[in-house]
Design a protein around this ligand. Structure first.
Ligand code: SF4
Length: 72
């Protein structure tokens, strides 16, 4: 496993930065991260992300999983 060493100081929780709260320390920060907070997205059943890197990944719906479990 590759370790990622975060650089720079932790933003103040009392005065968090605009956009993604991690953007001042993220090595993958994009321009949108500085201005728009990412939304939570379920990318696999029970696996959630809050990151613009997953903006183009389709969200799974809990409905088909629940329907499949009901059919069993
Ligand atoms: S949204 Fe994702 S890529 Fe952007 S700064 Fe936050 S953690 Fe990094």
């Amino acid at each position: 496993m590759n370790r990622i060493v975060l650089e720079r100081s932790i933003p103040s929780p009392a005065n968090p930065p605009e956009g993604c709260k991690f953007h001042t320390r993220c090595s993958k920060c994009m321009e949108c991260c500085k201005h728009v907070a990412p939304k939570q997205k379920e990318i696999e059943p029970g696996h959630y992300v809050v990151c613009h890197l997953y903006d183009d990944v389709p969200e799974v719906s809990a409905a088909p999983v629940a329907a499949a479990q009901d059919a069993e």
